[in-house]
Ligand binder design. Sequence first.
Ligand code: AKG
Ligand code: FE2
Length: 327
Amino acid sequence: MHELGRESRIGGTGTEKARAVAVIDLSDYEARKAEIADALWQAATGLGLFQVTGHGIPLGQIEEAFTLTEAFFSQPTRAKAALPLRPGTNAGWEFKSQIRPSTGTPDQKESYQITRPKMEGLWPDPSALPGFRDRMLAFERANWKVAMRILDAFALKLGFAPDFFAAAHDPESPDYQSTLRLIHYLPMTDALPEDFRGWRASAHTDFDCLTLLHQKTGQGGLQIAPGAEAETGEWTPVEPVTGVITCNIGDMLMRWSDDRLLSNPHRVRMPRRDEYLGPRYSMPFFAQANRDVVLQGPGRKYPPITAGDYIAERIRANYDALEMKKE
Ligand SMILES: O=C(O)CCC(=O)C(=O)O
Ligand SMILES: [Fe+2]
């Protein structure tokens, strides 16, 4: 698949290049829909990444989710290992197991993923983390609502009916495959010189339609490179601000929009020795159409494929690229 060919060419270090990242206010959405849709479209067809404010998720709810995330990862390894990532799903805990074709090295992180229909037996012990399950499910739903609002603006521009994307991401369906991922990037306080050479998350594009990423003020490192610039290596830093949601287009929506909305490579670099060396926490929500939904763009540029088959193909292509790297 062509997305993968690109991913395996973008693993170099590159340079930094400042570019404006659009910050779009979503408040008073119904009354300002046309104007907001214009701003979202412009950003999503350009850099493929933008930030939103006025999204309706209270700051207190985001901060509470970060606090629960830190509490989750501070549990003993044995408690987390009892909730292992289930193969073929985005549900459960993993430690340094995500290897990207861009570098062939594991991301220096642990993560815990919540995908509604796949969580049986994968919730932490409520006596260790009271309220975790209910609060995280409420946070997941709050993110879903923001994602559906943004996707609705794209539907308007693409000529799809209102609520087209909400139906495609129906959370009550057993085929629901949108995911809230909690991430803990390891601290670098006691790191050896060679540890600074790796990546917290090496360059990749997301598989989904739209990613909503929560970052924390002071815990930076995210960079994006639009289009061909990933290959020439000019990466733009994205400022982390607690409460501001960073959004990027994923491969599924790029295909579904006949390549009009752009899924661009991004990565999380290691801190430099003179920067903040503590842990980094982030919480991306991946809006990914339900498995049974058929993806077909308005201009029919690509043959129809179900979202389930599309993801399976992407996972297989990633695996093959990694096998080639080993040879
Ligand atoms: O943690 C971040 O800032 C980005 C994470 C990311 O790109 C991903 O998990 O796909
Ligand atoms: Fe990503």
